[in-house]
Design a protein around this ligand. Structure first.
Ligand code: EPU
Length: 424
C-alpha cells in the first residue's frame, strides 16, 4: 500500500493542467452500453475508479479499450450478453450501480449488486429503485442483488419526483428510460454538470430529452441510439481542490489550465471571499494567495451551490484563516472523518452534528495521517503541504480513485511529495 511523504512549507508556483472528470466520465461510459455501435470518449482520467468501471463493463461482454497514453476510451457494446454487475466490483465503487439503468434500459433486465455502505456512513439507493418502479420496472431484492425487469421489454414511463435531488438516481433513471418508446418525466432532477454532460451526449447519440440543465427532465424514448465520439469535461472538483491548494501558502501563485470555470457554480464567488486574487478566463484560472486568509463559513448544497466534494478541502483551508468559521454538510451528514487527523496536526476543529467549527489560524506540525476516503485523503495532503516539517499520508489508494497524477502535478509546481511503498 502506497503512502506519501510530504515536506511542508513550500509555496506553489506554476501551471497545473486539469484532468478529465471522473464523475462526469462514469455516466457516459454506462451510456455507451445503450448504443448499437462503439463510443469513443476523450479526456478520460487514468484513475482506479475508471479501471474498476472498465472491468464492470467488460463482464457484460462489451469490449473496452483504454488507450491510457491518450486518455481515450473506446467502448463497443456489440457483444453484451451477461446482464450482471457482481458484488466484488460494485463494492469497490458505488457508481457501478449505473449498470442497473444501462442494462435495464437496453435489454429490459439487469442483476446488479446493492452497493452497501460507504466510509462516511449510509448512502442509500432507495430513490433509484423507487424511480425505476414508478416507471414500470419490477424490482426484486435477492441475496444482496437487485433484479430489475421491464415487463414488456421496456419501461412504461410516467412521472417521478426525486426527494432529495440525487445525481446517481437521475443518471440511472435517464439510462433506463431513453430507449423505451414511452415518455418519462424526472422532477427535481439533479442539474450537476455531470448530469448535463450526460444529457447532451445522450442527445447526440439520438435521445430526445427536454429540460436539460433544469430541474425537470422529460425523456421521450427512442428506438435506437448510435455510438459517437465525445470529449469528457474537465474535473471541477480537482479544479476546486487545486484552487484551495493555491490559496493556502501566502507566496503561492498558480494557474490551472484545461479547466471550465463555469462548472464551478457558486464556488467561484465564495472562493473570492477568502481574499485571493483570482483571474478567470475561458479555460484557465489563476490563483494568487493572500497574505492572510479570511475565514468564510460555507454550507454544502446541490449544484450550483457549494459542492460536498470540496467540503473537506475547504475546512482544511479554514484552519489557516485568521478567525472562526463553520463548515456544514447538508448532503452527507457524516463526512468529517478527516477532522481528527487534522487535529493531530494541530488544527483547532470540533464537529457538532453536521457542522465543523474551526478556529484559525493554528500552525500545523507534520505527523503521520490516515486517509479514510477520497476527499479526506486529498485534504490531508493539503494540510501536510503547509505543515511544518514532515508528514506521512497513509493509504493514498483512496486518493488514486479520484486524482490523476496528483503528486506529480503538485511536485512540478513546488510541493515536496514522495510516493513510497509502505509495505517495503
Ligand atoms: N440519496 C438518497 N437516496 C438515494 C440516492 C441519494 O437519500 O437513492 C441522498 C444521499 O444520501 C445524499 C443525496 O441524496 O444525501 C445526494 O446524493 P447523490 O445521489 O446525489 O450522490 P451520488 O450520486 O451517490 C455523486 C458523486 C459523489 C458526490 C455526490 C453529491 C459520483 C460517482 N459520485 O454521488 O462524489 O459526493 O454525487 O454531489 O458522481 C466523490 O467524488 O468523492 C463523491 C463521493
Amino acid at each position: 500500500m502506497d503512502k506519501f511523504i510530504i515536506k511542508g512549507g513550500t509555496p506553489l508556483k506554476g501551471t497545473i493542467p486539469i484532468s478529465g472528470s471522473k464523475n462526469a466520465a462514469l455516466p457516459v461510459m454506462a451510456a455507451a452500453l445503450l448504443a448499437d455501435s462503439p463510443t469513443t470518449i476523450h479526456a478520460v482520467p487514468r484513475l482506479r475508479d475508471i479501471y474498476t468501471f472498465n472491468n464492470v463493463i467488460r463482464i457484460t461482454g462489451a469490449r473496452v479499450d483504454f488507450h491510457e497514453d491518450k486518455n481515450k476510451l473506446v467502448i463497443d457494446p456489440k457483444h453484451v450478453s451477461h446482464l450482471e454487475a457482481p458484488y466484488d466490483l460494485v463494492r469497490k465503487m458505488r457508481a457501478s450501480f449505473y449498470m442497473l439503468g444501462a442494462l435495464l434500459g437496453r435489454f429490459g433486465h439487469a442483476k446488479v449488486s446493492l452497493p452497501g455502505g460507504c466510509a462516511w456512513g449510509p448512502r442509500p439507493v432507495d430513490l433509484h429503485l423507487k424511480g425505476l418502479k414508478a416507471f414500470g420496472a419490477d424490482i426484486n431484492l435477492d441475496e444482496g442483488y437487485v433484479l430489475a425487469d421491464a415487463p414488456d421489454g421496456e419501461l412504461d414511463g410516467g412521472t417521478f419526483e426525486l426527494d432529495p435531488s440525487s445525481v446517481g438516481a437521475t443518471v440511472n433513471l435517464l439510462l433506463a428510460t431513453v430507449r423505451s418508446s414511452n415518455t418519462s418525466v424526472i422532477k427535481n432532477a439533479a442539474k450537476e454538470p455531470d448530469v448535463v454532460q450526460l444529457c447532451r451526449i445522450l442527445t447526440k447519440m439520438g435521445a430526445q430529452i427536454e429540460g436539460i440543465g433544469t430541474r425537470t427532465l422529460t425523456i421521450h424514448g427512442v428506438d435506437k441510439l448510435k455510438g459517437i465520439e465525445v470529449q469528457n469535461s474537465p474535473d471541477r472538483i480537482e479544479t476546486g481542490t487545486f484552487m484551495i491548494a493555491g490559496a493556502m501558502h501566502p507566496e503561492s501563485n498558480i494557474t490551472l489550465t484545461q479547466t471550465d470555470p463555469e462548472d464551478l457554480g457558486k464556488f467561484l464567488d465564495i472562493f473570492k471571499e477568502v481574499g485571493v486574487e483570482l483571474e478567470v478566463n475561458d479555460d484557465t484560472i489563476r490563483v494568487v494567495a493572500p497574505d492572510k486568509l479570511q475565514p468564510v463559513s460555507v454550507k454544502t448544497q446541490v449544484y450550483p451551490g457549494f459542492p460536498t466534494d470540496l467540503q473537506a478541502q475547504w475546512s482544511t483551508m479554514m484552519t489557516q484563516a485568521e478567525g472562526k468559521s463553520k463548515v456544514t454538510d447538508t448532503i452527507y451528514f457524516d463526512r468529517f472523518s478527516y477532522v481528527p487527523e487534522l487535529v493531530r496536526l494541530g488544527a483547532d476543529m470540533e464537529v457538532k452534528k453536521n457542522t465543523v467549527h474551526i478556529k484559525g489560524k493554528t500552525p500545523l506540525k507534520g505527523a503521520s495521517l490516515m486517509s479514510t476516503d477520497l476527499r479526506a485523503s486529498v485534504s490531508l495532503v493539503l494540510a501536510s503541504m503547509v505543515a511544518k516539517g514532515q508528514s506521512e499520508v497513509l493509504r493514498v489508494y483512496h486518493l488514486d480513485r479520484g486524482y490523476e497524477n496528483l503528486e506529480n502535478k503538485l511536485t512540478r509546481v513546488g510541493a515536496q511529495i514522495k510516493r513510497v511503498d509502505n509495505d517495503q
